[in-house]
Design a protein around this ligand. Structure first.
Ligand SMILES: O=P(O)(O)OC[C@H]1O[C@](O)(CO)[C@@H](O)[C@@H]1O
Length: 585
């Protein structure tokens, strides 16, 4: 138990006034520190020694480019600045980034945390295939003055290419052969996008270092092109990362912030604390949470292991948390919002880590230290933190559904269990109404497990709020961690962990019908046969939801599918949960 008289709260120099409380785990932590020091884990990481993770170098040796990226990208600042100036001069006002997962989350964080600088471009990010959301975003875009950033490492990500085709078609109608001047590509050398960009006469193509994986690419062209368009001072940002790299280069474990964080994540997960629960102040930093969620979940959730990042919960009473949690606060220096909450958590024996940042440019250092920490947590868990072996299964089911759709004109789907007030319920669940099914669903989660709410819906603010309320009700009823992810975005983040971890999760999948729908245009009209059924965004979204449902089931996971006519029908689910909560009291 917490006792201020003992040496339990360590003030770290990671950032001034940061602090860490290990709870009852100091002994194990010390021994992990010693082991990492003896094995010279840090020196071996910088020497790119793949045996830290696996006996073979595959998808490791060619994924460590992020270690040198801050230094290398300093040489590109001039080019990036010149590009931003060129766009300003030509009257571009908005940049719209089309991308998924590692190609979109850092840019979105830059946009939400830093915002637009006077005279520079605004940045919007599209990472949803929901046609209502695309229409909403499109209506905000002054297409004539918009630069589209097509951002994909592989150059093959289905969502990104569908967004590209949609907006390229639109711009071609407006600008004819000049359409390509509104597009810039960020991709790996030799990817299919590089070829598309050259054929479609894109304004520019940034070829990234191929040795950097998606979720480790914040401080490469993937993060820095959009950051420079926003007017962020790249030199300052990268210097913070370079300084952090220096702090993180020592084999002296206790003095190495990345080793301390890795131990906090990895060692405590091995000891049963495998839910890393994040809180942010100011709230705009929660977009850093979306980035870190992908980094932790996609890197560690595999081979029957994994650390679940929880980034959307509101603070609860300390006794409402299980003994499977660690807590991480990322706050600015002045923040005292969580002071009492942290104290309560420590008093209840929960490990608590608080990182204080001085200004937003400290995210440069945060990107680096978390990338290194997660890579080292992968070493502690003995997994490869750079691959994503279970992501492909959803894609395969989705492709099969789409290919049937193109032939048959409809998506094949299981029959609902029943329909009730705008809500159709799917899955192998006992019960003949929503309340019975939901009661049985919640019973399926064990202590130490989690519930993942997956919403294939447009991410409007009011929908987010409704889902947060639903998550809170589920949390109160089940007493386990509850996460929320919008689909298809989460498929490129927590989707890996959902299928690759130890199977502790149960899944509540929402899927809405849409008000709007648009065909995803083909670019080469000569390849378009009029006999096929043309794919639309709503069909793509639905195929992704149904595909993931199948992939989860194939991995032995339990899924409750709820299809809604409109987002407002979430109310039916909320009412049922309120009733269940009242029953339990
Ligand atoms: O940059 P790409 O190749 O489009 O990939 C996007 C995302 O998809 C994944 O490959 C798999 O979900 C992520 O790891 C990656 O960040």
């Amino acid at each position: 138990m917490y006792n201020q008289g003992q040496k339990v709260v360590v003030v770290m120099w990671l950032y001034p006034f940061s602090e860490i409380y290990w709870g009852n785990f100091e002994r194990q932590v010390k021994s992990r520190f010693q082991r990492m020091q003896q094995e010279q884990v840090v020196s071996r990481l910088f020497a790119k020694d793949y045996t830290l993770w696996k006996p073979s170098p595959e998808e490791i040796t060619n994924r460590l480019g992020w270690l040198d990226s801050p230094e290398q990208m300093k040489k590109e600042i001039k080019t990036l600045k010149a590009f931003a100036e060129e766009l300003q001069k030509e009257g571009f006002r908005v940049a719209c980034l089309l991308g998924m997962g590692g190609s979109s989350l850092a840019p979105e964080m830059f946009s939400k945390v830093f915002g637009k600088t006077e005279g520079f471009l605004d940045l919007l990010v599209l990472d949803s295939t929901d046609p209502d959301w695309i229409t909403y975003l499109e209506n905000k875009l002054p297409c004539e003055n918009t630069m589209f950033i097509v951002s994909t490492k592989s150059g093959t990500t289905a969502e990104t290419l569908a967004f590209f085709r949609y907006f390229f078609h639109k711009l071609s109608q407006l600008k004819g052969k000049e359409a390509g001047r509104h597009f810039v590509a960020i991709t790996d050398p030799g990817s299919p996008l590089e070829e598309i960009a050259s054929r479609r006469l894109f304004r520019k193509t940034f070829l990234n270092n191929p040795d950097i994986g998606g979720r480790y690419s914040a401080l490469s062209f993937f993060g820095l092109v959009p950051a420079s368009l926003l007017g962020i001072d790249l030199g300052k940002l990268l210097d913070k990362a370079i300084l952090m790299r220096e702090f993180c280069s020592s084999d002296n474990s206790e003095c190495n912030p990345a080793v301390v964080l890795a131990t906090y994540l990895g060692e405590l997960a091995l000891l049963g604390r495998d839910k890393a629960t994040f809180f942010f102040d100011p709230p705009s930093l929660s977009s850093f949470g979306d980035w870190i969620e992908q980094l932790i979940a996609e890197s560690t959730g595999k081979e029957g292991k994994g650390i679940l990042p929880v980034v959307t919960e509101k603070p609860l009473k300390p006794e409402d948390y299980g003994s499977d949690r660690t807590f991480i606060f990322i706050e600015d220096m002045e923040s005292s919002l969580f002071r009492d909450f942290k104290e309560d958590l420590r008093r209840n024996g929960h490990p608590v880590l608080s990182l204080k940042i001085e200004d937003f440019y400290d995210v440069g250092g945060l990107f680096f230290v978390w990338e290194m920490a997660v890579a080292l947590a992968g070493h502690i868990l003995q997994i490869n933190p750079f691959d994503q072996p279970n992501v492909e299964s959803t894609k395969a089911f989705t492709r099969a559904l789409i290919s049937d759709y193109v032939k048959e004109g409809k998506l094949s789907q299981e029959k609902p269990l029943f329909e009730e007030d705008g809500v159709s319920v799917f899955g192998n669940w006992p019960g003949s109404n929503c309340k019975e099914v939901m009661r049985n669903f919640v019973k399926e989660v064990n202590t130490g497990g989690y519930i993942a709410v997956q919403a294939f819906m447009a991410p409007f603010e009011n929908t987010k709020r409704e889902l947060e309320e639903i998550a809170l009700l589920l949390q109160k009823i089940s007493k386990v961690a509850v996460t929320i992810g919008f689909g298809p975005r989460f498929l490129h983040s927590t989707g890996q962990l959902h299928k690759g971890d130890a199977g502790k999760g149960i899944f509540l999948q929402f899927l809405t019908e849409n008000q709007n729908d648009m065909v995803i245009p083909e670019l080469d009209t000569e390849n378009c046969s009029s006999a096929v059924n043309r794919l639309t965004f709503s069909v793509l979204k639905k195929a992704q939801a149904l595909g993931d449902r199948e992939a989860l089931r194939e991995a032995g996971r339990k899924v409750l599918g709820i299809q809604l006519e409109r987002a407002e029908d979430l109310l039916t689910v909320k009412e049922v949960l309120h009733a269940l909560l009242a029953e339990g009291r």
